[in-house]
Design a binder for this molecule. Structure first.
Ligand code: SF4
Length: 235
């Protein structure tokens, strides 16, 4: 059977054959330097096959001094074209939701767990496809490096991909959302997981899904004295 390099079928075939696809962004990380150095190297990253079809890598956006880091999944179609995170409908919804919480008015750094847009083409349209676990894992060193440089005090994982990238591959956002979590390596940070805003947009009951997103973000905005962080077991 012929499979497209980097596709799920290709990965399944490789895994079934006991092969390691070897996807890993680590060799493409800068040996030193801050966020500008990382931004520069992400353009040339070949850590997994996603760099091929995407327009460009989309790095994080926001002030390096931001206390709050919101972590999403991967660039949206518009984000891929504009080379910026959260610029499409989901990003607008997220900003609206943040404005309804105690996080409003604070500088925020927006970042994706996976830096290249994964999609399938249907005619002229590019339809979003969630990154596979192998590609999530490949890009994780980039997220970890950005997080180390940002040293956030508040971290929000938006959706399943961000949750797995931050808390480990067994993390289930539907189970853990909306409560303070212990983020390994960031003991003093308030960490919360919630749905990705794109899933709110896709929801049959959008009003209720949006209210849930706002409620979860409010937990992130709460001072630590009012909350106690739950530990999730990283894998
Ligand atoms: S998705 Fe991540 S690991 Fe894959 S090529 Fe892009 S930056 Fe590198």
């Amino acid at each position: 059977m012929t499979t497209t390099p980097g596709s799920d079928a290709d990965e399944a075939e490789a895994a079934g054959a006991g092969l390691d696809t070897g996807y890993d962004a680590t060799p493409y990380l800068p040996p030193r330097g801050g966020l500008p150095a990382h931004r520069k190297t992400v353009t040339d990253c070949r850590g997994c096959p996603l760099f091929g079809p995407a327009t460009r890598a989309v790095f994080g956006d926001g002030p390096a001094t931001a206390r709050i880091v919101l972590v999403g999944e991967q660039p949206e179609d518009q984000g891929d074209r504009q080379v910026a995170p959260f610029v499409g409908p989901a990003g607008r919804l997220l900003r609206k939701a943040v404005e309804e919480t105690g996080l409003a008015g604070e500088p925020v750094y927006l970042i994706n767990a996976v830096k290249h847009f994964r999609f399938v083409e249907r005619g002229k349209r590019r339809i979003h496809e969630a990154p596979s676990l192998r590609k999530e894992t490949a890009c994780q060193p980039r997220l970890a490096a950005e997080m180390r440089l940002l040293r956030p005090e508040v971290v929000v994982a938006l959706g399943a991909t961000a949750g797995r990238a931050l808390f480990g591959t067994s993390f289930r956002v539907t189970k853990e959302r909306g409560r303070p979590l212990h983020l390994p390596g960031y003991e003093k940070a308030r960490a919360v997981a919630t749905l990705h805003p794109s899933s709110v947009l896709r929801s049959d009951d959008r009003r209720s899904a949006y209210a849930g997103l706002v409620a979860d973000l409010r937990v992130a905005a709460d001072p630590p004295a009012r909350t106690g962080a739950a530990r999730v077991s990283p894998t």
